[in-house]
Each structure stands twice: as structure tokens, then as C-alpha cells.
Design a protein around this ligand. Structure first.
Ligand code: AMP
Ligand code: ZN
Length: 137
């Protein structure tokens, strides 16, 4: 039996505030909003995260995220928006069904930057790039 909470939301088995739905994607309000309008965009099919989802479905989710972002701008007129995604616990994933957070932002709201930029070692950056290029195949 599927215990995934987002699969249950997709199936309408538990309540949610849906704002968008098409053949492959659903968007609904986060129950613990970082800011008013915080919306989650999910594929209807279950994928664990970015390391599991296929590129075609991910593209559909992203298309819906753009639509949601524009609707949030129209409805709530935020000063900006963030997209956020977590893959695995180390990256703060808590619900293991792929989702993108669309978070409206207002100047002076109480959200904080996830990292402070600090100068990288150019040699190390280049070495890391080479490893990733190699892995791209
Ligand atoms: P993450 O930590 O990136 O995996 O995000 C999971 C998000 O799902 C959190 O922001 C939760 O507030 C949200 N969430 C968990 N359960 C529900 C639910 N039943 N309805 C709406 N959002 C939920
Ligand atoms: Zn699921």
C-alpha cells in the first residue's frame, strides 16, 4: 500500500488546496507556508526526487511551476519569488515525492539566504568541473 502523502493528495484521498492540475502535474498550497502563497508543484506519478525523476516529467513540473509563479505574482503581487527543491535528507528533503516549492518573497520578509557566498579556489573549481563533465558522458 502506498503511504506517500503527496500520492494521497494527488489521488484526492486527503484534503489539499489545489491551485493547478493537468494530466501529469498538480500544484497545491504548502500546509506550513514559508510565506503566504507558498505552493508545491508535484508530478502525479511518484518519483522520490531529482535523482529519480525522468527529464520529461521534470520538464512538465517546471512548466507548471512557471504558470504557478505567474499566477502568484498576479494574485499576491510579491516583490520576488524563490524556487526550492530538496533531494534527500542531507538537502532537507522531508517528503520523498518529488516537488518544487514556489515561494513568494517580499522585501524585508523573515526568510534567510541558505548560504553566504565565499570565494572558491579556482583550481578546485576547475577540477570539480572536469569530474562532472566526465560524468555527463
Ligand atoms: P521538503 O522538506 O522539501 O521535502 O518539503 C516538504 C513540504 O511538504 C514541507 O514544506 C511541508 O510543509 C509540506 N507538507 C507536508 N505535508 C503536507 C500536506 N499534507 N499538505 C501540504 N503540504 C504538506
Ligand atoms: Zn508519492
Amino acid at each position: 500500500m502506498n503511504e506517500c502523502i503527496f500520492c494521497k493528495i494527488v489521488a484526492g484521498e486527503i484534503p489539499s488546496n489545489k491551485v493547478y492540475e493537468d494530466d501529469e502535474v498538480v500544484a497545491f498550497m504548502d500546509i506550513n507556508p514559508a510565506n503566504p502563497g507558498h505552493t508545491l508543484v508535484v508530478p502525479k506519478k511518484h518519483f522520490r526526487n531529482l535523482l529519480d525523476i525522468d527529464e520529461g516529467t521534470a520538464a512538465k513540473v517546471m512548466e507548471a511551476a512557471v504558470k504557478v509563479a505567474k499566477a502568484i505574482k498576479k494574485a499576491l503581487n510579491p516583490d520576488g519569488l524563490n524556487l526550492f527543491h530538496a533531494s534527500e535528507k542531507a538537502a532537507f528533503q522531508t517528503v520523498f515525492h518529488f516537488h518544487i516549492h514556489v515561494i513568494p518573497r517580499w522585501e524585508g520578509d523573515d526568510l534567510v539566504e541558505p548560504w553566504k557566498p565565499k570565494k572558491g579556489d579556482p583550481e578546485r573549481i576547475a577540477e570539480t568541473a572536469a569530474k562532472i563533465r566526465e560524468a555527463m558522458g
